[in-house]
Design a protein around this ligand. Structure first.
Ligand SMILES: Nc1ncnc2c1ncn2[C@@H]1O[C@H](COP(=O)(O)OP(=O)(O)OP(=O)(O)O)[C@@H](O)[C@H]1O
Ligand SMILES: [Mg+2]
Length: 459
């Protein structure tokens, strides 16, 4: 085993001091996969660390009971126990121990549990060894005794799927920001999971038992937005025959989710800014303001920064919303999540429609190669459609290509397709129990287009 040399850290991240001063006790690596373990150990030893490596949770706990380690690097899924047990034992022994967890199967729950347990960081596998080294260096540089514990309530299970590095980074932000009251701005293309993340932030906050009230700002006429959100007094406008409570009051003590925030008009932006600064709203027609305790989470698929530059969005409001920003990655930038999501939705819809559709490797390959302009929502609808319509329940390349073509927003089926189309419409309507909005979504067409097609079929 090599000892840490007093050589300059090539990344200049401040760990040299520690190496020079201390004969650092060895790092502990816990990894059941022998080849991954050897790779990590060899790499860290070449970098000058002493490394103790074990392959089971029990061995890790034994080591931790005998000696304390400043840094522990552990896989999460090991045997009947997990890296979270290693984390707990390491931190019980030495609260300042920096535990770095790694897994190829990161979920919201494991990241949450890791964060609550005080893990130093969480790395999604596969990772570059340099990335691991950089994390180890940060752990060394930041070693401070007695870190604070995070709240210990049980967290609800989620259905948020995705283990890519990009999603794990998002889970980490959610875990950190959820327990605070900070305003959160969620950006991202349509269907990337912005609302899901907003719900996740709320569900993991101290406000979880209070209401979460979503408002689609784009679907409310600008003239009505103020009274919808802030409420209105009797007589404030024609037809206001009684006092009306607004969304903010309904969400008092809870969370308001302002979806499509980029669509609100400039004069209402100012009123919203006042609420964010002073925590007060004034219902339309009211003489006085009222205090409201509501956390705001906003989302948009527009580029707010650009709107600020074009003077379409107030810069001060943007700053105020932008306390914590979460940018949802498009699905095409996290290909690793496509198989996970596809199988998740396959299972869901096979169950829902009592089907036994199967994913064939060529089908998965085609799903992987597609660019997903509608992101996870589009994949979800496509899997739902494939479960119902894939010939012989085989989700292979031709079935996926047909679905992709049929679900292009501009695609209009030609006459030659009329027969299969009629058959598809019938099958989808049967599966959805005649629900036309739902059927239109699965078929990838507008509801009114479906009505038109149905009329034609009856002619
Ligand atoms: N990571 C995920 N795991 C499972 N389901 C997901 C995930 N991301 C999104 N979805 C599903 O995709 C659909 C769209 O998600 P959501 O409504 O949160 O997206 P959005 O970003 O708010 O979209 P829009 O901008 O169109 O409002 C939902 O049905 C949601 O359940
Ligand atoms: Mg949304």
């Amino acid at each position: 085993m090599l000892h840490a040399p007093a050589a300059a850290c090539r990344r200049g991240c401040g760990c040299l001091k520690l190496k020079k001063e201390g004969k650092l006790p060895p790092l502990l690596v816990v990894e059941d996969d022998a080849s991954v373990r050897t790779t990590i150990v060899t790499f860290l030893e070449l970098e000058g660390y002493q490394v103790d490596a074990v392959s089971t949770t029990q061995e890790a706990l034994d080591r931790l009971s005998k000696s304390s380690y400043p840094i522990v690097i552990s896989d999460i899924y090991l045997d009947e126990r997990t890296g979270l047990d290693v984390l707990e034992a390491a931190r019980r022994k030495d609260p300042a121990c920096a535990v770095i967890l790694m897994t190829a199967r990161g979920t919201m729950e494991t990241v949450m549990a890791a964060t609550r347990g005080g893990a130093f960081d969480y790395i999604a596998k596969p990772f570059e060894l340099d990335r691991m080294l950089e994390t180890v260096h940060r752990a060394e540089a930041s070693r401070v005794p007695g870190e604070e514990e995070v709240d210990e309530e049980d967290l609800p299970l989620s259905e948020m799927i995705g283990s890519s590095d990009e999603m794990v980074e998002i889970y980490k932000i959610v875990a950190r920001v959820a327990p605070t009251d900070a305003t959160v701005l969620i950006e991202g293309e349509t269907g990337t999971g912005k609302e899901m993340i907003a719900r996740m932030v709320h569900a993991n906050s101290t406000r979880a038992v209070q209401p979460f009230v979503p408002v689609d700002c784009a679907s409310i006429a600008p003239a009505l937005l103020e009274s919808e959100l802030f409420g209105a007094m009797k007589g404030a406008y024609t037809g206001a025959d009684r006092d009306r409570m607004g969304v903010f009051e309904a969400a008092n003590k809870g969370t308001v989710f302002l979806d499509e925030i980029g669509d609100i008009e400039l004069n209402f932006q100012l009123k919203l800014l006042r609420f964010l600064q002073e925590g007060e709203i004034r219902p339309v027609g009211a003489a006085r303001s009222r205090s409201i305790d509501a956390r705001v989470i906003a989302a948009t698929n527009r580029n707010l920064q650009k709107m600020v530059d074009e003077k379409k969005f107030r810069e001060d409001l943007w700053f105020r919303l932008n306390v914590v920003r979460i940018t949802m990655p498009p699905l095409r930038e996290r290909h690793g999540d496509i198989p996970l999501l596809a199988h998740f939705f396959l299972k869901r819809y096979n169950g829902r429609y009592n089907q036994v559709a199967r994913m064939i490797d060529t089908g998965l390959k085609t799903l992987n190669e597609y660019t997903w302009p509608g992101n996870v929502r589009q994949l979800q609808h496509m899997m739902e459609r494939l479960v119902i319509l894939a010939p012989g329940g085989r989700i292979d390349a031709p079935a996926v290509n047909t679905a992709i073509q049929a679900m292009q927003p501009t695609e209009q089926a030609g006459d030659s397709l009329a027969e299969t189309e009629a058959e598809q419409i019938r099958r989808v309507l049967a599966a959805t129990g005649g629900n036309k909005s739902h059927a239109a979504k699965i078929l990838g067409i507008e509801r009114k287009t479906l009505y038109r097609k149905l009329e034609r079929l009856q002619e």
